[in-house]
Write a protein that binds this ligand. Sequence first.
Ligand SMILES: NC(=O)c1ccc[n+]([C@@H]2O[C@H](COP(=O)([O-])OP(=O)(O)OC[C@H]3O[C@@H](n4cnc5c(N)ncnc54)[C@H](OP(=O)(O)O)[C@@H]3O)[C@@H](O)[C@H]2O)c1
Length: 203
Amino acid sequence: MRITVAGWGNVGRTLGNAWRRAGHEVSIATREPESDRAAGWRADDWVVGRLVDLAVDADAVVLAMPGSAMVESVTGAGEALAGRLVIDTTNHLGQDGTLHRLGELTAVLPQARIVRAFTTMAWENFENPTLDGRRLDQYYVADPGEDAAIAGLIRDIGLTPVHLGGLADVEALDAITKVWFHLVWRLGYPRRTALTIAGTPPG
Ligand SMILES: NC(=O)c1ccc[n+]([C@@H]2O[C@H](COP(=O)([O-])OP(=O)(O)OC[C@H]3O[C@@H](n4cnc5c(N)ncnc54)[C@H](OP(=O)(O)O)[C@@H]3O)[C@@H](O)[C@H]2O)c1
Protein backbone atom coordinates (compact mmCIF):
# COMPACT_ATOMS: atom_id res chain seq x y z
CA MET A 1 0.00 0.00 0.00
CA ARG A 2 1.21 3.59 -0.63
CA ILE A 3 0.94 5.42 2.68
CA THR A 4 1.58 9.12 3.29
CA VAL A 5 2.24 10.05 6.91
CA ALA A 6 1.49 13.69 7.79
CA GLY A 7 3.38 14.59 10.98
CA TRP A 8 6.69 12.75 11.46
CA GLY A 9 6.66 12.91 15.27
CA ASN A 10 6.69 9.98 17.68
CA VAL A 11 3.48 8.45 16.32
CA GLY A 12 4.00 9.13 12.61
CA ARG A 13 7.65 8.10 12.58
CA THR A 14 7.03 4.89 14.52
CA LEU A 15 4.09 3.81 12.35
CA GLY A 16 5.85 4.86 9.13
CA ASN A 17 9.00 2.90 9.94
CA ALA A 18 7.00 -0.20 10.88
CA TRP A 19 4.94 -0.06 7.69
CA ARG A 20 8.06 0.41 5.58
CA ARG A 21 9.58 -2.69 7.25
CA ALA A 22 6.30 -4.52 6.45
CA GLY A 23 6.76 -3.69 2.75
CA HIS A 24 4.55 -0.64 2.28
CA GLU A 25 5.67 2.42 0.30
CA VAL A 26 5.70 5.19 2.90
CA SER A 27 6.15 8.92 2.25
CA ILE A 28 6.48 11.83 4.68
CA ALA A 29 4.23 14.88 4.42
CA THR A 30 5.60 17.95 6.15
CA ARG A 31 4.80 21.64 6.27
CA GLU A 32 8.44 22.40 5.41
CA PRO A 33 9.59 20.12 2.59
CA GLU A 34 12.65 22.31 1.91
CA SER A 35 13.95 22.25 5.50
CA ASP A 36 17.23 20.67 6.64
CA ARG A 37 15.11 18.12 8.51
CA ALA A 38 13.39 17.13 5.25
CA ALA A 39 16.79 16.89 3.52
CA GLY A 40 17.87 14.47 6.26
CA TRP A 41 14.81 12.29 5.65
CA ARG A 42 15.53 12.25 1.90
CA ALA A 43 19.11 11.20 2.67
CA ASP A 44 17.58 8.23 4.52
CA ASP A 45 15.69 7.35 1.35
CA TRP A 46 12.26 8.71 2.27
CA VAL A 47 10.01 10.45 -0.24
CA VAL A 48 9.16 13.85 1.31
CA GLY A 49 6.69 16.51 0.20
CA ARG A 50 3.61 18.52 1.00
CA LEU A 51 0.45 16.66 1.94
CA VAL A 52 -1.58 17.86 -1.07
CA ASP A 53 1.15 16.73 -3.47
CA LEU A 54 1.78 13.30 -1.91
CA ALA A 55 -1.83 12.41 -1.13
CA VAL A 56 -2.91 12.23 -4.76
CA ASP A 57 -0.67 9.17 -5.21
CA ALA A 58 -1.46 7.57 -1.84
CA ASP A 59 -3.85 4.77 -0.92
CA ALA A 60 -3.83 5.83 2.73
CA VAL A 61 -3.00 9.06 4.55
CA VAL A 62 -2.16 9.14 8.25
CA LEU A 63 -2.91 12.28 10.26
CA ALA A 64 -0.34 12.38 13.08
CA MET A 65 -0.03 16.04 13.98
CA PRO A 66 -1.25 17.82 17.15
CA GLY A 67 -5.01 17.46 17.51
CA SER A 68 -5.38 21.21 17.81
CA ALA A 69 -3.89 21.67 14.32
CA MET A 70 -5.36 18.65 12.56
CA VAL A 71 -8.47 20.13 10.91
CA GLU A 72 -6.57 23.22 9.76
CA SER A 73 -3.78 20.98 8.34
CA VAL A 74 -6.16 19.23 5.95
CA THR A 75 -8.41 22.17 5.12
CA GLY A 76 -8.08 22.75 1.38
CA ALA A 77 -6.82 19.20 0.77
CA GLY A 78 -10.30 17.75 0.18
CA GLU A 79 -9.70 17.03 -3.48
CA ALA A 80 -6.28 15.43 -2.93
CA LEU A 81 -7.69 13.24 -0.16
CA ALA A 82 -10.90 12.22 -1.94
CA GLY A 83 -11.20 8.43 -2.00
CA ARG A 84 -8.15 7.95 0.25
CA LEU A 85 -8.24 5.95 3.49
CA VAL A 86 -7.59 8.70 6.05
CA ILE A 87 -6.37 7.40 9.42
CA ASP A 88 -6.96 9.92 12.19
CA THR A 89 -4.52 9.22 15.06
CA THR A 90 -4.97 12.60 16.72
CA ASN A 91 -6.28 13.46 20.16
CA HIS A 92 -7.56 16.96 20.69
CA LEU A 93 -6.74 17.91 24.26
CA GLY A 94 -9.07 20.90 24.42
CA GLN A 95 -11.29 22.24 27.16
CA ASP A 96 -14.54 20.55 26.15
CA GLY A 97 -13.43 16.96 26.95
CA THR A 98 -13.97 15.74 23.38
CA LEU A 99 -10.85 14.04 22.00
CA HIS A 100 -11.91 13.72 18.37
CA ARG A 101 -12.86 16.29 15.76
CA LEU A 102 -14.59 13.91 13.37
CA GLY A 103 -17.46 16.29 12.67
CA GLU A 104 -15.14 19.00 11.39
CA LEU A 105 -12.87 16.45 9.68
CA THR A 106 -15.68 14.86 7.67
CA ALA A 107 -16.91 18.36 6.76
CA VAL A 108 -13.54 19.39 5.24
CA LEU A 109 -12.87 15.92 3.72
CA PRO A 110 -16.35 14.87 2.55
CA GLN A 111 -15.06 12.27 0.08
CA ALA A 112 -12.30 10.74 2.20
CA ARG A 113 -12.67 7.28 3.78
CA ILE A 114 -12.02 8.35 7.38
CA VAL A 115 -11.18 5.90 10.16
CA ARG A 116 -9.85 6.55 13.67
CA ALA A 117 -7.08 4.37 15.13
CA PHE A 118 -3.82 4.46 17.13
CA THR A 119 -5.35 6.94 19.59
CA THR A 120 -5.81 4.77 22.69
CA MET A 121 -2.25 4.12 23.90
CA ALA A 122 1.27 5.48 23.74
CA TRP A 123 3.51 5.36 20.67
CA GLU A 124 5.97 3.17 22.59
CA ASN A 125 3.51 0.30 22.13
CA PHE A 126 3.51 0.83 18.36
CA GLU A 127 7.27 0.25 18.49
CA ASN A 128 7.00 -2.73 20.87
CA PRO A 129 3.53 -4.19 20.28
CA THR A 130 3.77 -6.98 22.84
CA LEU A 131 3.75 -6.59 26.62
CA ASP A 132 4.05 -9.34 29.25
CA GLY A 133 4.18 -11.86 26.42
CA ARG A 134 0.90 -10.85 24.80
CA ARG A 135 0.17 -8.97 21.64
CA LEU A 136 -1.61 -5.72 22.49
CA ASP A 137 -5.06 -4.72 21.25
CA GLN A 138 -5.49 -1.68 19.03
CA TYR A 139 -9.03 -0.36 19.15
CA TYR A 140 -10.43 1.57 16.21
CA VAL A 141 -13.64 2.79 14.58
CA ALA A 142 -14.28 2.39 10.87
CA ASP A 143 -17.46 2.39 8.82
CA PRO A 144 -18.44 -0.72 6.83
CA GLY A 145 -16.15 -1.13 3.85
CA GLU A 146 -13.07 0.38 5.52
CA ASP A 147 -12.64 -2.29 8.20
CA ALA A 148 -10.39 -4.70 6.30
CA ALA A 149 -7.89 -2.05 5.17
CA ILE A 150 -7.30 -0.51 8.59
CA ALA A 151 -7.33 -3.91 10.34
CA GLY A 152 -4.56 -5.07 8.00
CA LEU A 153 -2.46 -1.97 8.69
CA ILE A 154 -2.89 -2.48 12.44
CA ARG A 155 -1.74 -6.10 12.10
CA ASP A 156 1.29 -4.90 10.13
CA ILE A 157 2.33 -2.89 13.22
CA GLY A 158 2.14 -6.15 15.22
CA LEU A 159 -1.02 -5.22 17.14
CA THR A 160 -4.38 -7.02 17.27
CA PRO A 161 -7.15 -4.96 15.64
CA VAL A 162 -10.33 -4.59 17.72
CA HIS A 163 -13.22 -2.99 15.80
CA LEU A 164 -15.46 -0.92 18.07
CA GLY A 165 -17.94 0.03 15.35
CA GLY A 166 -18.42 2.85 12.87
CA LEU A 167 -17.51 6.52 13.20
CA ALA A 168 -20.77 7.05 15.11
CA ASP A 169 -19.29 4.87 17.88
CA VAL A 170 -16.28 7.14 18.39
CA GLU A 171 -17.20 7.96 22.00
CA ALA A 172 -16.65 4.30 22.98
CA LEU A 173 -13.18 4.46 21.43
CA ASP A 174 -12.30 7.74 23.11
CA ALA A 175 -13.57 6.45 26.47
CA ILE A 176 -10.68 3.95 26.38
CA THR A 177 -8.24 6.80 25.78
CA LYS A 178 -9.71 8.72 28.70
CA VAL A 179 -9.20 5.72 31.00
CA TRP A 180 -5.59 5.51 29.74
CA PHE A 181 -5.07 9.23 30.47
CA HIS A 182 -6.48 8.71 33.96
CA LEU A 183 -4.27 5.70 34.69
CA VAL A 184 -1.06 7.22 33.32
CA TRP A 185 -1.36 10.96 33.89
CA ARG A 186 -3.34 10.94 37.12
CA LEU A 187 -2.43 7.68 38.85
CA GLY A 188 1.12 7.32 37.57
CA TYR A 189 0.88 4.02 35.69
CA PRO A 190 3.73 3.47 33.15
CA ARG A 191 3.24 4.88 29.64
CA ARG A 192 3.22 1.39 28.13
CA THR A 193 0.00 0.59 30.04
CA ALA A 194 -2.62 -0.82 27.67
CA LEU A 195 -6.25 -1.86 28.11
CA THR A 196 -7.43 -5.31 27.05
CA ILE A 197 -10.83 -6.99 26.80
CA ALA A 198 -11.20 -10.48 28.26
CA GLY A 199 -13.75 -12.81 26.68
CA THR A 200 -14.77 -13.74 23.17
CA PRO A 201 -16.04 -11.14 20.70
CA PRO A 202 -19.38 -11.85 18.99
CA GLY A 203 -19.37 -13.69 15.67
N1 LIG B 1 2.51 10.58 21.63
C1 LIG B 1 1.73 9.51 21.79
O1 LIG B 1 2.08 8.53 22.48
C2 LIG B 1 0.39 9.46 21.09
C3 LIG B 1 -0.33 8.27 21.08
C4 LIG B 1 -1.55 8.22 20.40
C5 LIG B 1 -2.00 9.35 19.72
N2 LIG B 1 -1.26 10.51 19.76
C6 LIG B 1 -1.72 11.67 18.99
O2 LIG B 1 -0.97 11.59 17.79
C7 LIG B 1 -0.71 12.91 17.29
C8 LIG B 1 0.79 13.05 17.03
O3 LIG B 1 1.49 13.06 18.25
P1 LIG B 1 3.11 13.03 18.30
O4 LIG B 1 3.44 13.12 19.74
O5 LIG B 1 3.61 11.92 17.48
O6 LIG B 1 3.59 14.28 17.47
P2 LIG B 1 3.50 15.87 17.62
O7 LIG B 1 4.67 16.33 18.36
O8 LIG B 1 2.15 16.20 18.18
O9 LIG B 1 3.62 16.42 16.11
C9 LIG B 1 4.08 15.65 15.05
C10 LIG B 1 4.28 16.48 13.81
O10 LIG B 1 3.12 17.25 13.50
C11 LIG B 1 3.51 18.39 12.74
N3 LIG B 1 2.97 19.59 13.38
C12 LIG B 1 3.34 20.17 14.55
N4 LIG B 1 2.61 21.29 14.78
C13 LIG B 1 1.79 21.41 13.73
C14 LIG B 1 0.83 22.38 13.37
N5 LIG B 1 0.56 23.42 14.15
N6 LIG B 1 0.17 22.20 12.20
C15 LIG B 1 0.43 21.13 11.41
N7 LIG B 1 1.36 20.19 11.70
C16 LIG B 1 2.01 20.33 12.85
C17 LIG B 1 5.01 18.47 12.75
O11 LIG B 1 5.49 18.02 11.48
P3 LIG B 1 6.10 19.05 10.40
O12 LIG B 1 6.77 20.17 11.17
O13 LIG B 1 7.08 18.21 9.64
O14 LIG B 1 4.97 19.52 9.56
C18 LIG B 1 5.39 17.50 13.87
O15 LIG B 1 6.61 16.87 13.66
C19 LIG B 1 -1.26 13.88 18.34
O16 LIG B 1 -2.51 14.36 17.90
C20 LIG B 1 -1.43 13.03 19.59
O17 LIG B 1 -2.50 13.47 20.40
C21 LIG B 1 -0.08 10.58 20.42
